[in-house]
Design a binder for this molecule. Structure first.
Ligand SMILES: [Cu+2]
Length: 268
């Protein structure tokens, strides 16, 4: 029995460690993972403390004919035990609440050296605007095959530096959308008429999807962008360079929005 329980615990710990290492360095993913490991470990331990004795007592004190049929014992309370099972859970709950709050604060406090970009969500795509005014539009164009899926072209990919905190100031042109970046484990609503924010840091180079995580209409399922995370020097070079295709792409985005407007939202 004990070996079995230890096996389950070991397995849980291993899979947790694996999950945590995948995003260990990214922020705020690392904070979420930390919370997840602590809460899960505590839940498993508490569950075992309750479930194992219950099972043992169920078997040990089950009804047997002629044995303790009318109850043969009077139990006095045990002050030490009462105090123990009141104080220990109290400490655990206080710890979880304060630790959770500290992590929440860290997630909502943007580091001072963060690079700030503006992201405007629209039906159905994303506009990324950099401090120097450079813009990147990422959206699913009609000429793209919806069955084969979406392949982002280079000029449609917003570029960001790795290993640097990024602050995204978010808003929306039409309805409520939500910005979700998988490796950083962040989601934030984009609300029309309001500016919300989210910060994150991705430490591994690569291309990562941004999805809309708030159902927003017909093409919600195709509302994504592909962010390219590159070393800072490469990012600066990209930011300074003029992307020839930006303009044509922007026209295309306006057409896209107009088509949507003239068809009264019935884009198929
Ligand atoms: Cu959306």
């Amino acid at each position: 029995m004990t070996r079995f329980m230890l096996g389950i615990l070991g397995f849980a710990a291993l899979s947790l460690a694996e999950e945590a290492s995948a995003s260990a360095k990214n922020m705020p993913a690392a904070l979420w993972d930390q919370l997840n490991v602590i809460w899960l470990a505590l839940s498993v331990v508490i569950y075992l403390i309750v479930a194992v004795p219950s099972l043992i007592f169920m078997i040990k004190y089950r009804y047997k004919q002629g044995e303790r049929e009318f109850g043969d014992q009077e139990h006095e309370g045990h002050w030490g035990l009462e105090a123990l099972w009141t104080i220990v859970p109290l400490i655990i709950v206080i710890y979880l609440a304060t630790h959770g709050f500290a992590i929440f604060k860290e997630m909502r406090t943007v580091p001072k050296d963060a690079l700030e970009i503006k992201v405007t969500a629209f039906m159905w795509g994303w506009e990324f605007e950099y401090p120097n005014g450079k813009k990147v539009y990422a959206f699913f164009k009609q000429d793209k095959d919806p069955i084969k899926g979406y392949t982002a072209q280079e000029f449609e990919k917003p570029v960001l530096p790795v290993g640097k905190p990024i602050k995204v100031s978010l808003t929306s042109k039409d309805v409520i959308h939500a910005f979700y970046l998988r490796p950083a484990k962040v989601t934030q609503d984009a609300v029309p008429g309001r500016i919300t924010y989210v910060w994150f840091q991705v430490n591994e180079e690569g291309e990562y999807w941004v999805f809309c995580r708030e159902y927003c209409g017909t093409w919600h399922s195709r509302m994504f962008a592909k962010i390219k995370f590159v070393p800072e020097a490469e990012f600066n070079q990209w930011l300074g360079g003029q992307a020839e295709l930006d303009k044509s792409h922007r026209t295309s985005q306006l057409e896209h929005t107009n088509i949507y407007a003239t068809k009264g939202g019935a884009l198929q």
